[in-house]
Design a protein around this ligand. Structure first.
Ligand code: BDR
Ligand code: CA
Length: 313
């Protein structure tokens, strides 16, 4: 079985990504580390437990991580994910926050990668604060990962934040951490960018089929996705976008990736409109060795299959 750790800010699409990973018999989620992002850390922890409860997976350890980015603490994404961060379900599954591990998420990342040196794939789908702090505490942390799959950043400056408009939410929320991770993690780093997620949508017909399946997981999914489906339909999008689920598909099944590019990329830290933007050196002007692999084309049918399957198993 492949061992993965999920670093998340659960979140409607984080929830789907977790459900997807748990539906795979070949994947062992050995821990989930939470971080501030879509909503505050307490709601992130609570939402993560809710997802695990619905999936009957409360045995997976959940760790509370950093409660704010390295420097600024500007926007959250409750306008999209709901005030509670998961669609403001009127009767959410009851969970007990004392189930959260006492160990801090950063310590857990360090410990688990020592225990399973070279075996763990880390799927990061939130601001990268926990990872950056782990690197500061233990510079060897990144070298002990098998690989790191990041949902974050953008290929061409198309963003989804309102403060620095050229940044994607996860990178824009904590640019310093994104910078540290890209420059200091030495295992292979795979980037699933905002633009990739925007380009590969799940057709509405299939989305409705999935959430209308009569299982407890599908019912839960129907509630938590309600608002995000309304927002996305109102912009006449031809299908549903679920960034973190999309990144999870890439992480758990590498055959989902049809094309990719190895490239040197950095993160803008100083711009007003561009702070947090991922800047790939497309024309190799800096002549530096590639530090990331950016996914440029995926097998949508395969990723859709993984997405649809999350409500069944
Ligand atoms: C990313 O930002 C968050 O709102 C989502 O959960 C996803 O991780 C998309 O830009
Ligand atoms: Ca997320």
């Amino acid at each position: 079985k492949q061992k993965i750790i999920i670093d998340c800010d659960t979140g409607v699409d984080d929830a789907q990504a977790i459900m997807m990973a748990l539906s795979r018999p070949d994947t062992d989620v050995i821990g989930i580390t939470c971080v501030n992002g879509n909503v505050d850390i307490e709601n992130v922890c609570r939402n993560t437990l809710r997802v695990l409860k619905i999936c009957d997976a409360l045995h997976i350890p959940v760790f509370r991580g950093c409660g704010r980015p390295i420097i600024h603490h500007e926007e959250n994404a409750s306008f999209y994910h709901g005030v509670d961060g998961m669609g403001d379900h009127p009767h959410p599954p009851e969970v007990d926050l004392s189930c959260i591990q006492e160990e801090h998420a950063v310590n857990a990342l360090i410990r688990l990668t020592k225990k399973f040196n070279g075996e763990v794939k880390l799927v990061a789908m939130a601001p990268l604060t926990n990872l950056a702090v782990a690197l500061r505490m233990d510079p060897g942390f990144g070298a002990r990962l098998k690989s790191l799959v990041v949902m974050g950043g953008n290929m061409h400056g198309k963003g989804n934040r309102s403060a620095s408009i050229a940044s994607e939410f996860n990178f824009g929320t904590d640019p310093e951490s994104a910078y540290i991770v890209l420059h200091e993690v030495t295992c292979p780093i795979v980037i699933v960018s905002w633009e990739l997620c925007v380009d590969y949508l799940y057709p509405w017909e299939m989305v409705h089929k999935c959430i209308n399946t009569n299982t407890p997981k599908a019912n839960f999914l129907q509630f938590i996705t309600k608002a995000s489906i309304e927002v996305q339909k109102s912009s006449e999008q031809p299908g549903y976008r679920s960034c973190d689920a999309f990144a999870m598909a890439v992480a758990i099944d590498s055959s989902v990736v049809l094309d990719k590019v190895d490239i040197y990329a950095s993160v803008e830290l100083n711009g007003t409109l561009t702070r947090g933007m991922l800047v790939p050196d497309w024309r190799n002007k800096l002549q530096k060795s590639p530090n990331v692999t950016i996914v440029t084309k995926t097998d949508t049918q395969k990723s859709l299959g993984l997405w649809m399957n999350m409500v069944h198993v």
